[in-house]
Design a protein around this ligand. Structure first.
Ligand SMILES: Nc1nc2c(ncn2[C@@H]2O[C@H](COP(=O)(O)OP(=O)(O)OP(=O)(O)O)[C@@H](O)[C@H]2O)c(=O)[nH]1
Length: 302
């Protein structure tokens, strides 16, 4: 049999902090979580309310989770971030960066001071969270250019299409493809070809700023999605891009080589009849194809 004294020691030895929280957000008790590599001491919280510690919005979120756990009667798992100020800026020892927690919230089968209560175990998952964010970024990014890849573009375009259908927010697409990259590869080598692709990606990123997203769609093909932009704005963007890219080629290549390379561009915007983002992508791609077929190094609006 475990004695009451031993049980108290077991609770204190819990690796992660465990709170007893009332429905109204009062810290009734706290156990465990004494390793200062992962946690600040939470002893000072007992008797306080969640709203004494975190912002009003966040406190509402905590209260909502407590209410859900009390109604659900099953384990509730939630992830959340707390700043150092929120987890105990007045506590000397503990982590120095914001902490991501996984909260495991379970209804308790009794009341304290006439209030329903839950058990809230808060595990520090900051390292896991960072790793997940890194993996997400890697799986969304083109390795050579650092631009988004096709997978991420498709996800963004799906959301843009929903915003267009739901709220009428237009997205315009600019697709461009380097002209005669093969000539650069064949005359100056594949490595220089790679450098050209990276330089074009950087020009595109700088020109775009935060007006949309850019992705490397294929070998020497790029797609830019301009959120909340009409086709006329997309054309202006394409013209600026074209000018900067041509300037770059003229600076870095001999006259002959610079004359043979350029970018061909296709543009299109979302239309009310489009049944998915794929329709606008296809129109822009067809326009790019026309630009290639009709002499390259030009922009066509589809
Ligand atoms: N250096 C380099 N070359 C690539 C990369 N990806 C694709 N390419 C090359 O880019 C060329 C793409 O093919 P195309 O678009 O048909 O060739 P292009 O010479 O650009 O001709 P047009 O597009 O018709 O103007 C091929 O020669 C590929 O080998 C890459 O990552 N690095």
């Amino acid at each position: 049999m475990v004695s009451i004294e031993q049980m108290a020691k077991v609770l204190e030895a819990l690796p992660d902090p465990v709170f007893v929280l009332s429905r109204s957000g009062r810290y009734v008790a706290v156990f465990g979580g004494h390793d200062t590599r992962y946690y600040h001491s939470a002893e000072g919280l007992v008797g306080l309310r969640i709203s004494d510690i975190v912002s009003a919005d966040k406190a509402d979120w905590f209260l909502e989770q407590i209410a859900v756990a009390l109604e659900a009667e099953t384990l509730l798992i939630r992830e959340y971030e707390l700043s150092i100020r929120e987890v105990g800026s007045d506590v000397e020892e503990g982590p120095v960066e914001p902490i991501w927690f996984e909260g495991r919230i379970q209804k308790l089968d009794f009341q304290i001071a006439g209030e329903d209560v839950v058990l809230w175990m808060a595990s520090n998952i900051t390292e896991r969270h960072k790793l997940e964010a890194k993996l997400r970024k890697l799986s969304d990014t083109d390795k050579l250019t650092g631009l988004f890849n096709r997978r991420r573009l498709e996800r963004e375009l799906k959301a843009d299409y929903r915003a267009f259908i739901g709220q009428g927010v237009p997205t315009s697409i600019v697709i461009f493809d380097l002209d005669n990259l093969k000539t650069i590869n064949d005359t100056l080598g594949h490595y220089v070809g790679d450098e050209v692709i990276v330089a074009i990606a950087n020009i595109c990123r700088n020109e775009l700023a935060d007006h949309g997203i850019a992705c490397r769609y294929g070998g020497d093909e790029f797609v830019v999605a301009l959120f909340n932009a009409e086709v006329t704005q997309a054309k202006q963007f394409a013209d600026r891009l074209h000018e900067k890219v041509m300037h770059h080629f003229q600076q870095f290549f001999t006259k002959n080589l610079a004359a043979s390379i350029g970018i061909s561009v296709g543009i299109s915007g979302m239309l009310p009849d489009d049944t998915s983002y794929k329709a606008v992508l296809k129109r822009a791609d067809d326009a790019l194809y026309q630009a290639k077929r009709s002499g390259k190094n030009k922009t066509i609006v589809g």
